[in-house]
Write a protein that binds this ligand. Structure first.
Ligand code: ADP
Length: 676
């Protein structure tokens, strides 16, 4: 069964959807967050802007008021005490000043308040101030007798700030200057409060110059932030630029900022969103995987159950089939164990023994035979040699006896262990009876044959006696009445004499024929070619007379036979070949050889003589059968081939002919191989 791969598509889709949703929500959240932050920054920037603008304006206005009040006094009082009173009061009620100084008409800072923090500025001459902008501003105040505000400078008290100079003109005469100094850091801290720096970073520019910053570094100030509020602070002709940015945007690069690495909540949101997506997808995957495993296991189990059912069904069918096969068999079939105890039987056994199945099972196999010892031996032999073939026993039936031939073999269990033997009996009672009858019949037949042959022999023998008498008297007649015998008489006497001679030849042949099988000699091995050559020598005169070409195959095998009889066979065949070669044959030829047919030697004598019609192929091997064409060819008794057939068959072989009239004949024969 195929193992299906876990379905990863659905969990993957779920993961992608959830992750996508998380990212969308995260982005939305980020944008929303950013929007809030932007608004908050804008509002705060506006607040700071207003506060700073109002504050500086207010402080400058207070200085203006101070300068006015100073000069408005009648009688005038430009004493240090009065200055001190003013400075103390202003310092107290208008916090935010770095210093409130009095500068004399020569440009020297004479009085400073508070003294401790501003001691460094005392007695400094404005005309010699290191900052050009300050010197120029002061010169303008001197010249125009109007207030001036310096650009932002590095204060000698430390930090960055700016100063304002308010000329004190009394009765058209210059009395000095009120000098208000502001430290931007102090101003910012005072007006914005420290808390703001927990949330924002802030920068103030005057023109391009950074005059205050908190929380920025240079690099970031240059960057173009998405959340940054900018405001312009205007007071008394001065313009400052305020830049405010939420503190959380302090990441070292944009990507980190974009990803919200600075905002733990956002980051957590994204992280948990993705974790949740992964977790849910994984849970789904595990669930599906488990489901799939369960399905596979269930399918496997179902498959196995079905397979088992099928196997059981098959076993049942097989058992039924085997049982039917066993029962269909009419022969007795039994199985027995290694002690010879019957384990199972078929109907055939029940019928043959006349016992029930229950009676038979568990009893000894050998007990149902006339010779239990032989039966038990046979049963044990099966286990010794694995099988027993054609083991003959006589089975005891219900009042009858059956001759059976047992074929038995062991059968094994799955481990290859022999568990029993299967024995099938064949009833051979009829076969045995028929065999006995056949034997008796054969015996009778051979007795009769022998009798007949003896009779033929004695008849032939007996017939020779009167023939000799006839021939003797014909001779005597010729001797005694030779001169008195007329020509016609002589002709008749010759007919009689020829007939007697022919009769004698026939009787001799018959005698010879009857001797075959009765009078045997010992078989031995000899050269086939040698015999052929010897015979051809005898036939040489006829062969020469007819100009016959004879060809003997080389390497002819040796023969194992009764030599004299075999010579007779070859003599008859060769004589016939020469005899029936045909008078008009232009190139008479005889071939002697052997062929191999399926491993058997088939000898042949072939001539290209007168040939034989197919209808006579059998007949010519019968006694005294001559064909009409033979009579023209020459002398013969018609027994030669009958003798050949009888000798060949006596040697366990067969003889046959193939021929076509006018084309020649081939006589084939086989003889049994030598048996050692
Ligand atoms: P026969 O004494 O007549 O030769 P055989 O028994 O030897 O008697 O032969 C029987 C007959 O078979 C012959 O009369 C002849 O007609 C035929 N025959 C035998 N051999 C040949 C042959 N080689 N060619 C043609 N006919 C043959």
């Amino acid at each position: 069964m195929k193992n299906r791969p876990a379905n990863i598509i659905l969990p993957l889709i779920i993961f992608l959807c959830l992750s996508g949703l998380t990212v969308v929500l995260w982005q939305d959240y980020t944008e929303h967050d950013e929007e809030i932050m932007r608004r908050h920054t804008e509002t705060t920037a506006e607040q700071i802007h207003m506060r700073l603008e109002d504050f500086i304006e207010e402080r400058l206005s207070s200085l203006e008021v101070l300068a006015d009040r100073w000069v408005e006094r009648r009688p005038p009082d430009f004493s240090y005490t009065r200055y001190r009173q003013f400075a103390e009061t202003y310092f107290k009620h208008y916090p935010g000043f770095q210093a409130i100084n009095w500068v004399d008409t020569d440009g020297f800072i004479r009085w400073v308040y508070p003294e401790k923090q501003n001691y460094a500025a005392k007695d400094k001459n404005m005309h010699n101030h290191p900052e050009t902008a300050v010197r120029e501003s002061f010169a303008r105040a001197e010249k125009d007798r109007t207030y001036v505000i310096t650009p932002c400078i590095t204060l000698c008290q430390g930090g960055i700030g700016f100063a304002s100079y308010w000329p004190l003109v009394y009765d058209g005469k210059m009395q000095g200057y009120i000098n208000g100094v502001f430290n931007i850091s102090s101003v910012v801290k005072l007006r914005t409060g420290e808390n703001i720096f927990d949330e924002f970073r802030l920068a103030l520019y005057e023109g391009d110059r950074l005059i205050y910053q908190h929380g920025f570094d240079k690099e970031l100030m240059a960057s173009n932030r998405s959340v940054r509020a900018t405001r312009e602070i205007h007071f008394r002709g001065k313009t400052w630029r305020l830049e405010l940015e939420p503190l959380r945007i302090t990441a070292k690069n944009e990507l980190a900022a974009y990803l919200g690495l600075e905002n733990p909540t956002r980051l957590m949101f994204l992280f948990f969103g993705l974790m949740l997506s992964t977790g849910l997808s994984f849970l789904l995957y595990s669930f599906m995987h488990r489901m799939q495993m369960y399905q596979v296991a269930r399918d496997q189990a179902l498959y196995e159950v079905n397979e088992r059912k099928r196997a059981e069904q098959e076993i049942q069918n097989l058992q039924l089939y085997n049982r039917r096969l066993i029962e269909t068999n009419l022969d007795p079939l039994v199985t027995f164990d290694q002690k010879g105890i019957i384990l199972d039987v078929n109907e055939g056994t029940i019928k043959a023994t006349g016992r029930t199945r229950e009676e038979l099972i568990g009893t000894l196999f050998a007990d149902y035979f006339t010779d239990p010892e032989k039966a038990h031996k046979g049963a044990m032999l099966v286990f010794e040699s694995g099988e027993v073939r054609d083991y003959e026993l006589v089975m005891k039936g219900d009042g009858s006896e059956t001759i059976v031939s047992y074929n038995a073999s062991v059968y094994k269990d799955q481990t290859g262990q022999v568990v029993g033997a299967f024995a099938a009996a064949r009833n051979i009672t009829d076969q045995r009876r028929l065999e006995q009858e056949r034997q008796v019949f054969i015996k009778e037949l051979s007795d009769k044959n022998e009798e007949l042959e003896t009779f033929v022999y004695s008849v032939s023998h007996d017939l020779k006696t009167p023939l000799v008498t006839i021939e003797g008297f014909i001779g005597a007649m010729r001797e005694d009445f030779g001169n008195q015998i007329s020509e016609d008489q002589e002709k008749y006497i010759k007919y009689m004499s020829d007939a007697a001679l022919k009769m004698e030849a026939l009787i001799n042949d018959l005698l010879e024929f009857s001797r075959i099988g009765r009078m045997t000699e010992k078989k031995r091995k000899f050269s086939f070619a040698g015999i052929v050559k010897e015979l051809l020598k005898t036939l040489q005169p006829q062969i020469q007379a007819r100009g016959i070409e004879v060809d003997i195959q080389e390497d002819l095998p040796d023969i194992y036979a009764e030599k004299k009889r075999f010579i007779q066979v070859m003599e008859n065949l060769l004589t016939n070949a020469v005899k029936y070669i045909g008078k008009e044959n232009p190139c008479p030829r005889i071939d002697i050889g052997v062929q191999d047919r399926n491993g058997q030697n088939v000898f042949f004598v072939r001539d290209n003589g007168i040939g034989i019609e197919e209808i006579y192929f059998e007949k010519i091997f019968q006694v005294f059968q001559r064909l009409p064409s033979a009579k023209k060819a020459g002398e013969g008794t018609g027994i030669g081939l009958a003798i050949v057939k009888r000798i060949i068959e006596h040697h366990g072989g067969s003889v046959w002919v193939t021929s076509k009239p006018g084309e020649g004949s081939t006589f084939f024969f086989t003889i049994k191989h030598q048996q050692f």
